[in-house]
Design a protein around this ligand. Structure first.
Ligand code: ARG
Length: 456
């Protein structure tokens, strides 16, 4: 079968080379974007008087009919035509005859593929943003039910100070809010149109780049044709934002795994999100959060892969750049699947409020509060810290917690203690007392939730 670019060649392409250089196996994913770009391009060619309007109509109809056939699964792509761009052009010529060959006037695959990728990532970025909002909503719903649920807050995975469970969950809301902001910001750059840059230097035809940009919904055209065909920053940005999203999801997943362990028993994931063991009948494994945690690896890998492909590439297009696609598709698919699972998993998880409460009742996470108590009685904080350290040691040595000590025991360490200390040490009171802006007191958490609602 003859190649669309075969004119200059006297020998057929080696079979292995044909397969090695072809991208159709994966870039067929861009079929719809490719047709969308071609429809805009051919309309502009007609409007600018570069090809006759009758030809424009024939080409448009041909493209629409190919689109239908692809969607109906009636089309077989071939490695002989290397990539999605040439496969579609070949299909068009088969469909409408040689007039189909006018479509590629004033265009190169270099600006074409860049356009397809912009269109693709724009659509995917918008979907991902919506999926993030779904997770934020499920976090908000769970948080609203758990403002007064108290659990230990940790530093170094050691119990530190008790917090509202809503406060803990809402931390993830804000991470996702920043992720969403980064994706929204990246749309500004995804919204540049490379179409009309030609192979690298522009074209001799009087094309109208602003028109194709407007038809395709782009906000501006790349001001430099060489940059337009060389730029893959927008993909790197996407992969990098995806990596950070996965970092956040992985941290949350890790907490879900820990919290659902027998050692913690803070939550129970719904049966529909867990699996059993082939040998141990008692097992209910948190496979979903484990896999979400693990999939972070491939997303990071895709980012590193593309950065490495691009480094050191001379301007402008190089075949190396064809390697930008599989990692991008894989990241989109991974992120999409991950985000879709997370919202229902959060919604259906059972929060074991009593277990969380009994954890905070049996630890020293109220120690800072007695220190603060002594400060309100006039002691410098550093001195109060020292005294409480000794009290904690005394309690540990006697197998007791701070609430179990008697007032007499307290006053042995400082004369400032009185009966009201026991009120201050209650876990709910400890949480309630953190009234500073963004702190974990119930009112602050309620306010935070209210603010969060205005973000979605
Ligand atoms: N399949 C190619 C890619 O994805 C399309 C651009 C090819 N351009 C070229 N000059 N060979 O990068």
């Amino acid at each position: 079968m003859s190649k669309l670019w075969g004119g200059r060649f006297t020998k057929a392409t080696d079979k292995l080379v044909e397969e090695f250089t072809a991208s159709i196996e994966f870039d067929k994913e861009l079929a719809m974007e490719d047709i969308q770009g071609s429809l805009a391009h051919v309309k502009m060619l007609g409007d600018c008087g570069i090809i006759p309007l009758e030809d424009v109509h024939v080409i448009q109809n041909g493209l629409l009919s190919i689109k239908k056939k692809i969607n109906a699964g009636e089309v077989e792509f071939s490695v002989i035509h290397e990539d999605i761009h040439m496969n579609i052009e070949k299909l068009l010529i088969d469909e409408i005859g040689t007039v189909g060959g006018k479509l590629h006037t004033g265009r190169s695959r270099n600006d074409q593929v860049a356009t397809d990728m912009h269109l693709y990532l724009k659509k995917q970025t918008e979907t991902i943003i919506n999926l993030i909002v779904d997770i934020q909503k499920s976090i908000l719903a769970k948080s609203k039910e758990n403002v007064h649920t108290i659990l230990p807050g940790y530093t170094h995975l050691q119990r530190a100070q008790p917090v509202s469970f809503a406060h803990h969950l809402m931390a993830y809301f804000w991470m996702l809010e920043r992720d969403k902001g980064r994706l929204q910001d990246s749309l500004k750059r995804i919204n540049w149109s490379p179409l009309g840059a030609g192979a690298l230097a522009g074209t001799t035809f009087p094309i109208d780049r602003k028109q194709t940009a407007a038809i395709l919904g782009f906000e501006m055209v790349y001001p430099n044709s060489m940059d337009a065909v060389s730029d893959r920053d927008f993909i790197v940005e996407f992969l990098s934002h995806a990596s950070l999203i996965m970092t956040h999801i992985s941290r949350l997943s890790e907490e879900l795994v820990i919290w659902s362990s027998q050692e913690f028993r803070f939550i129970e994931l719904d049966d529909s999100f867990c699996t059993g063991s082939s040998i141990m009948p008692q097992k209910k494994n948190p496979d979903v959060p484990e896999l979400l945690r693990a999939k972070t690896g491939r997303v990071y890998g895709n980012l590193m892969g593309l950065l490495t492909v691009l480094k050191g590439l001379p301007l402008t297009y190089n075949k190396d750049m064809q390697e930008d696609k599989e990692g991008m598709f894989d990241t989109v698919k991974t992120l999409d699947g991950t985000l879709r699972l997370l919202a229902p998993m959060i919604e259906t998880m059972i929060v074991k409020q009593e277990n969380m409460y009994s954890a905070v009742s049996q630890d020293f996470s109220n120690a800072t509060d007695i220190a603060d108590y002594l400060v309100t009685k006039g002691l410098p904080f550093r001195q109060a810290h020292e005294i409480i350290g000794k009290i904690v040691l005394h309690a540990i040595n006697n197998d007791k917690f701070l609430l179990d000590l008697s007032l007499e025991e307290y006053t042995q360490f400082s004369p400032y203690f009185s009966e009201d200390i026991f009120q201050i040490l209650l876990p709910k009171q400890v949480v309630q007392a953190r009234v500073s802006e963004g702190g974990t007191s119930f009112e602050q958490v309620e306010q935070q939730i209210q603010l969060a609602e205005s973000f979605i």
